[in-house]
Design a protein around this ligand. Structure first.
Ligand SMILES: C=C(O[C@@H]1C=C(C(=O)O)C=C[C@H]1O)C(=O)O
Length: 310
């Protein structure tokens, strides 16, 4: 497995003169650089698939742009992004997602006042998120009947709350808010709110493959999908080792380490599966998003993930 980073990416000049057949181009697989994908990174490192692809890590919006530009072949994208690009991408065979059936711990609506009192208030929406920000709007307006004003903002709690009454955040910063809730703020888990309201799990991100790649390299796509499924299963079977590795990963950032206990609990609730219940949740969310004109009213996603593991 080769780690490819955005900053060091450069296209090599084409000077090949050999008559030997060119080796198959490496498969370029995306990876969300948040702790939500640390178990998969661990599983891929410890499984047998590391030579099959080059892994490019970045935030979800960067991955979506790289996939659209054809610089990645497959990878995870925010659910809203998937719903917006039905012509470009299809679900990875076998199905893989970032979701939860209840609290997710890392996708929050943070407010000073109770959510029911946010009528006319200003809610800052993290530009890092497409799905949680829309989910928060759906919850506030459809479930709670309040009509705030929304402002997209860079994801940083203090600066968001300097000019807003509430903020929507995701990823490691949101997980830290769950682990250490700041005094005077309510940290409300959007996965839990959605579950209470609909009875459904929530799917925040899905792995997609570019349609062209699915058509031209179906064997390779199935092998990558099997490697990811194996990585998820391996990580599930070794929760303590995964939490230890993720705690070490969290310590490399500038915001302070997260404890192994917090991460063990996180990976107990985080769910990579995309089965019938999760797909029903995707259809419910897609229906509500389309009613707002946020995603096209296209063919609904299938009720079972396309099969694929060899
Ligand atoms: C659970 C999470 O899932 C994510 C939430 C996303 C979103 O809200 O758009 C996008 C990708 C995932 O990283 C998280 O980031 O904490």
């Amino acid at each position: 497995m080769t780690e490819v980073h955005a900053a060091s990416r450069r296209s090599a000049p084409s000077r090949r003169r050999t008559t030997h057949p060119a080796p198959a181009a490496p498969f370029r697989l995306g990876d969300i650089s948040f702790l939500n994908c640390a178990p998969l990174r661990w599983g891929l490192r410890h499984g047998g698939a590391r030579e099959q692809f080059a892994l490019a890590s970045g935030p979800p919006e960067w991955l979506a742009e790289e996939l659209l530009a054809g610089r990645l072949d497959a990878g995870p994208v925010s659910l809203v992004r998937y719903l917006r690009h039905p012509d470009a991408w299809e679900l990875l065979p076998g199905g893989l997602a970032v979701g939860s059936d209840g609290p997710v711990r890392s996708c929050h609506l943070v407010s000073r006042a109770p959510l029911g009192e946010l009528d006319g208030a200003v809610v800052a929406l993290s530009r890092t998120s497409r799905t949680t920000t829309l989910l928060a709007r759906i919850l506030l307006e459809d479930a709670l009947g309040v009509r705030p004003e929304y402002r997209p903002a860079p994801q940083h709690l203090d600066s968001m709350l300097a000019t807003a009454d509430a903020a929507v955040l995701i990823g490691d910063e949101a997980l830290r808010l769950h682990a250490r809730p700041p005094a005077g703020l309510r940290v409300q888990d959007t996965g839990a709110l959605w579950r209470e309201w609909t009875g459904l799990p929530m799917v925040f991100a899905v792995w997609v493959v570019r349609r062209e790649v699915a058509r031209e390299r179906p064997e390779r796509v199935r092998a990558i999908s099997a490697a990811l499924a194996e990585a998820a299963a391996l990580a599930r079977a070794h929760p303590a080792a995964v939490a230890r590795a993720a705690a070490a990963e969290s310590a490399r950032g500038s915001d302070g380490p997260l404890s192994e206990d917090v991460l063990l609990d996180y990976y107990r609730v985080l769910d990579y599966s995309l089965g019938a219940r999760q797909l029903a949740a995707v259809r419910e969310f897609a229906h509500r998003a389309a009613a707002r004109g946020e995603v096209p009213l296209a063919d609904p996603p299938p009720s079972t993930a396309p099969g694929g593991h060899p």
